[in-house]
Design a protein around this ligand. Structure first.
Ligand SMILES: [Zn+2]
Length: 106
């Protein structure tokens, strides 16, 4: 039945799911638009806000897009390399007691 809805149809939540028990009046009166995901084309009801669909992508595509924009680096890899470099610098920086004795000379 959902397949016959033309893209761009706007309805109130209570008209789409008349049998649903609504907790609040605002949920019931919420406007939704039948919208196709811009990535995979999946059609679904999306909250309609300020004259446009709230999400232009479906949930899974929105997640993929988020990961593309915010790559989560493998934890530990970067840090361990950095700490290793810091350690070697510290070791070189420590003056050994042997060299300082020679520098003093007589
Ligand atoms: Zn999608």
């Amino acid at each position: 039945m959902a397949d016959n809805i033309p893209i761009g149809t706007i309805k109130h939540a209570e008209d789409i799911w008349p049998d649903k028990e609504w907790k609040t009046r605002s949920n019931k009166n919420r406007k939704l638009i039948w919208h196709a995901c811009i990535d995979c084309g999946k059609e679904r009801w999306v909250r309609f806000r300020e004259g446009k669909p709230q999400n232009s992508r479906c949930l899974s595509c929105a997640l993929k897009e988020h990961l593309r924009n915010n790559p989560h680096p493998m934890e530990g890899k970067h840090h361990s390399l950095e700490s290793r470099q810091k350690m070697s610098i510290t070791h070189k920086g420590i003056p050994s007691p042997l060299t300082s004795n020679i520098e003093k000379g007589c």
